[in-house]
Every structure is written in C-alpha cells, then in structure tokens.
Write a protein that binds this ligand. Structure first.
Ligand code: EPU
Length: 419
C-alpha cells in the first residue's frame, strides 16, 4: 500500500486548481440511472470513490465511457442487474445512493446494507423509512435492503434528522414518483442543490433545494444531458488550512467561496487575510502563526464535519487554546491520538477536542482509518520537524485528487512511496 512521506517546515505558496466535488459527483453518477438516454458528467475528480462507483454501475450493466476531455458518459439503458453487492457497498457507503433511483425507475432494488464505519454507526433507516412512506415494500434480508414497488407515490416526508445522502436518495426517488413529494428538514448542503440542478436539467421538477423544504413534482421520464459538477468545498478548505498552518500564501482557482462561509469565517478568526472573487480564493498569513479557534460542526450552512479534522490540526499548532466540537458523527476523532503521537497537546472530553497549541509538532509514522482524518495528518506533517510517514493513504485517494502533486506545487516537501 502506498505511503506519503512529508518533511515538514516549508511555507506553502502558489496557485492550484480545485477539482470537482466528491460528494456531488457520487450522487450525480447514481442519478444517471434515472435517465432514458446517456448523461455526460463534466469536471470529474479522479478519485478512488469515482472508480468504485463506475465499477458498481458497470456491474449493473450500465455502459460507461470516458471521452477525450475525461468526462464520463453514462448510458443506463443497458442496465440488466438491479443489485448492489456487499463487497462494493462495504468499501463505499455512498453506494446506497443507487437505491432510490433504481427503485423509482425500475420498481425494484437489492442493495447491501453498508454496515458500520470508522466514524460512527451511520444507519440508513431514514432512507428506508422515506421510501416506505412513498409506498415501497422494503425489508432487510440477509444484510440486503430488498425494495419493491409498482410506482412510487408522492408523500410528505418529515426527516427526523438532517441527512445528506438520505435527502439525495429520496429526492432522486421522488423525481419519477406519481404526484408531489415534500421533504421537510431536508439537508441544505450545496451538493444536494447541485444534484437538484442536475436532475432539473434532466427534466425533473424540483424546487426549494438549498432550503429545508424541497418539493418534487413527479414526472414520467428523465433524459440525458451534459452537466458540470460543483467544485469541492472540502478540498478547497483543506488547502486553505494547509496554507494557514504553514504561515503561507495561496490562491485557489475554480472554486466557490460563496458555499464556504463558515470555513472562511473560522480561518479569518485564525488570523488569515482572505480575499475572494466569484471563482477564486486567496489566503495570506503574512508569515504569522495562526490563532486557535473554537468551532462546532453541524449541517450546512454551519461548520462542516468534513473540515473538523483539518481544523484540529490547525489548532494543534496555533497560538492559544481552541475547542472543536463534533455534533454530526459520534466517533470522528481518530486523528487526535495520532496527532498526540506527533506531540500535539489535545485533550478529548466527550465530543470536544481541546487543544493547547504547540509551536511545532514532531514527525512520526502515523495512519488513519478515514478520509478526512488522514488528510489532517498530512496537514500536521507539513508543520512537523523531520519526517512524517502516513500509511493507508488509500483513504486520501478516495477523496483528494493527486494530493501530493497539488501540495508539491505549493512548495511542500512530500512524496508518494509505493508500498
Ligand atoms: N443518520 C441516521 N439515519 C439515517 C441517515 C443518517 O441516523 O438514515 C445519521 C448519521 O449516522 C449521522 C447523521 O445522521 O450521525 C448525518 O449523516 P448523513 O446522512 O448526513 O451523512 P451521509 O449522507 O452518510 C454525507 C457525506 C459525508 C459527510 C456527511 C455529513 C457523501 C457521499 N457523504 O454522508 O462525507 O460527512 O454527509 O455532512 O455525501 C466525507 O466526504 O469524508 C464524508 C464522510
């Protein structure tokens, strides 16, 4: 397995381009199952999770091709299997996103239950409850969700809690249902809005995406289109933290500052000088050490849980004491122990990490079992004395396109070593 080796101490400077959003492209790939002609998806990030989704769709008989611009063209008319196997769903929970589209379009779906994961138990009960409310018969047998229906019927769905992929699954399912569906307490994440925009281009009638009430008027059919995926706000935020933590100066291109308010606000509190345009962000620390910040994660537009680990790294080397509270997932602090091994002074109290910033960390051999935790260890390695080796980097490859190349472009001393 590949490793990343970082020698800390470089101040990051320069410009990089931000890729398409992982958490937007995955639901959009699932949404292609709803279309009766080929869909072309542009601004595809080259990520392991995208490859896994291609494999999943390919096994169902969906025809996928990459064109010369590296866009993915998905033709679901050749589908012959309405089945998502355990071995793929287990490695990538977002595979659950094929459930709603398959059931809505073809009246049946057998999708493995994802099971637990490194950041918490992550049940999918609300996906199932919503489909049942729309008239589907859904049972869990031998670890698989078995769903059957003639045609889904529009319903009023009041979500018990805010779930991103739950909202996306039900929104996709409702596009071809008979009548109107209302999703209340819907997730407002920009990736939900991007999916709604894509579905609307395909012929769906969705309004209210980006608010907590989404209205979907069912239509008879959806057709193929060309769609460009939203930029990745978490990738962008991670590189901004990389610049802030090293006292650097970077400019991100092809990004969307308007969907990053909470993260940009926290970086300003940490002492960053930030300027933005429509599609770029520039962060300048003027060589200063960051100040520790207090953040608490919550659904959008609040501070994202997917940026929590990166800010834990930032606080670890900032001036003063900062607290990071995780409210979305029950077990998302695995990076803390690894950072402690690098000399960080972090105390965990329930779901809060209290850090007393140290001047520098020390390089160590570390690893993590989820994507954002692994990314946060890369950030910690950038400000550690000596060498940091990060193991199990397939987690990083799931969600960051060529992280070592982008960081090297900004002046980091980082290399990938085949394992
Ligand atoms: N939940 C339930 N029941 C459900 C669904 C969710 O109890 O049926 C709970 C979860 O256990 C969790 C909370 O609701 O405590 C919120 O989870 P949510 O469903 O919103 O998470 P998700 O849809 O599984 C997506 C992203 C995650 C991101 C979260 C929160 C994708 C593919 N994944 O997951 O991204 O952390 O929303 O914003 O969109 C990542 O990119 O590293 C990542 C983990």
């Amino acid at each position: 397995m590949d490793k990343l080796i970082i020698t800390g101490g470089e101040v990051l400077e320069g410009e990089i381009r931000i890729s398409g959003a992982k958490n937007a492209v995955l639901p959009i790939m699932a949404a292609t199952l709803l279309a009766d002609s080929p869909v072309t998806i542009r601004n595809i990030p080259h990520l392991h999770d995208v490859t896994t989704t291609m494999e999943l769709l390919g096994r169902m008989g969906v025809h996928l091709t990459l064109n010369e611009k590296m866009d993915i063209v998905v033709d679901a008319t050749t589908i012959h299997s309405l089945y998502a196997p355990y071995e793929l769903v287990r490695t990538m929970r977002s595979s659950i996103l094929v459930l709603g589209p398959m059931l809505s379009r073809f009246g049946r779906a057998d999708v493995s239950l994802p099971g637990g994961c490194a950041i918490g138990s992550r049940p999918v009960n609300l996906h199932i409850k919503g489909l049942q409310a729309m008239g589907a018969e859904v049972e869990v047998i031998n670890g698989y969700i078995r769903a059957r229906v003639g045609r889904l019927k529009g319903a009023r769905l009041v979500m018990d809690l805010v779930t991103v992929t739950g909202t996306e699954n039900l929104m996709m399912a409702a596009t071809l249902a008979e009548g109107t569906t209302l999703i209340e307490n819907a997730a407002r994440e920009p990736e939900v809005t991007d999916l709604a925009n894509c579905l609307n281009c395909m012929g769906a009638k969705i309004s209210g995406a980006g608010t907590d009430t989404i209205v979907i008027e069912g239509v008879e059919r959806l057709s193929g289109i060309e769609y460009k995926v939203l930029p990745d706000r978490i990738e962008a935020g991670s590189y901004l933290v990389a610049a802030a933590i090293t006292g650097g100066h970077v400019k991100l291109k092809d990004t969307r500052p308007d969907i990053m308010d909470a993260v940009l606000q926290s970086l300003r509190e940490a002492g960053a000088d930030i300027t933005v345009g429509d599609d770029w962000i520039e962060l300048h620390m003027h060589g200063k050490r960051p100040r520790a910040v207090d953040v608490s994660t919550a659904p959008y537009p609040a501070f994202p849980t997917d940026m929590q680990a990166q800010f834990t790294a930032l606080n670890a080397v900032s001036e003063g004491t900062g607290t990071i509270t995780e409210t979305v997932f029950e077990n998302r602090f695995m990076h803390v122990q690894e950072m402690q091994r690098m000399g960080a002074k972090i105390q965990l109290k329930g779901n809060t990490a209290i850090s007393k910033g140290v001047e520098r960390l020390t390089g160590a051999q570390v690893m993590a079992t989820d994507l954002r935790a692994s990314a946060s260890l890369v950030l910690a390695g950038l400000v550690a004395d000596g060498e940091t080796t990060i193991d199990r980097i397939y987690h990083i490859d799931r969600g960051y396109e060529r992280i070592e190349e982008k960081l090297a472009q900004l002046g980091a001393n980082i290399r990938r070593v085949p394992g």
